[in-house]
Design a protein around this ligand. Structure first.
Ligand code: ATP
Ligand code: MG
Length: 325
């Protein structure tokens, strides 16, 4: 099976968004901590207005990559640009134009919501319309609550509010929804979309497949310090990620003719249901072949591989496995 971007793919061939400003460029980033190679060779670029995901298992190098991009860590090799600024050289100039939520984010337990917002505003934005910020993030009722008394969802909303003070052009979110229940996670996705709708570009780190699939315009799948694939979630799963299965019932129809269609690997009939396996590109021609014979099976279904399947086929191991020690 072809990988979309092979692990050895070098910078210039990396797909970028065309016709859109590039606001983040990472070229061959390398970062080691003593003997640990945290990032071996990571390259990608992010266009203005995208929600771009960095997806990978624990220890893949995601946090290291985004912290280097924010000027929070030094690195050993490669070239980084965020809004045209080199974060390694000019982190102070960059800081006023980006917003960030760090994976290890926590605030002093007794700091109240309004105090946190005013404090961050002094550092990042100068002045702040406190009631408007509280209202925008549904925190008006929590205005005088200390950080320790906030629920997980309220904390995430506060972190997003803080990350967005000063209207940053680029927002970095690292594991924003880890620890949230599925409902809170979904509402946080809505908030992230809102961040983008306000005009910011979002770089989002996650190891949740569903989050990457539903939220990201494009994503880089990283494993053990390397980018193993990069594309839209749909292209990753449907394009070349693995076999697609189409099933339908068509009594009296001889499905063997479908094997002549480009991209169809196999056709089988099981308890009256036809099962066609092949590439995602074969889906439309199969449906068209049925239609040309006057068949429109009411139960025609296409099952695409999940991102987890894609990850497994690209790396040979599951996202859920710990990194090798
Ligand atoms: N400050 C540090 N000192 C030494 N090693 C580190 C440090 N930070 C990270 N590492 C190591 O670098 C590798 C990549 O870590 P990183 O935090 O970037 O991964 P991650 O993809 O963000 O993982 P997670 O999903 O668990 O947050 C890991 O092996 C980790 O143990
Ligand atoms: Mg991390």
């Amino acid at each position: 099976m072809d990988a979309i971007v092979s692990p050895t793919t070098r910078g210039p061939t990396i797909p970028t968004v065309t016709g859109v400003d590039t606001v983040i460029t990472v070229e061959h980033l390398r970062k080691t901590y003593r003997r640990t190679v945290a990032v071996e060779d990571v390259s990608f670029s992010v266009g203005r207005g995208e929600i771009f995901g960095v997806l990978g298992p624990n220890g893949a190098g995601k946090t290291t990559t985004v912290e280097c991009l924010q000027g929070l860590r030094s690195y050993d090799g490669g070239q980084l640009r965020v809004l045209g600024i080199d974060p390694g050289r000019d982190p102070d100039r960059l800081r006023t134009r980006i917003g960030s939520q760090l994976q290890s984010a926590a605030l002093p337990e007794r700091l109240r919501v309004d105090e946190a917002i005013k404090l961050f505003a002094r550092v990042h934005a100068g002045s702040v319309d406190l009631p408007a910020v509280l209202e925008a993030w549904d925190l008006t009722g929590q205005r005088r609550q200390p950080f320790a008394a906030l629920s997980g969802g309220q904390r995430q909303r506060l972190f997003l509010a803080l990350a967005l003070l000063g209207r940053p052009e680029v927002v970095f979110l690292d594991e924003l929804t880890t620890g949230l229940d599925p409902t809170a996670r979904r509402s946080t996705w809505e908030l992230v979309r809102r961040v983008r709708d306000r005009g910011a570009t979002v770089l989002l780190v996650t190891h949740f497949m569903e989050e990457a699939e539903t939220l990201c315009d494009r994503l880089a799948v990283v494993d053990r310090g390397r980018v193993v694939a990069m594309d839209t979630p749909a292209a990753l799963t449907a394009g070349q990620g693995g076999p697609v299965t189409m099933t339908f019932t068509a009594n009296g129809y001889d499905p063997r003719q479908l094997t002549r269609i480009d991209g169809v690997d196999s056709v089988a009939v099981e308890r009256g249901r036809v099962m066609v396996r092949g590439l995602g590109t074969a889906t439309v021609p199969v449906a068209a072949a049925l239609a040309s014979q006057g068949l429109a099976p009411h139960d025609f279904r296409t099952n695409y591989p999940s991102l987890e399947d894609v990850f497994l086929s690209l790396t040979g191991h599951s996202m859920l496995e710990e990194e090798p020690s």
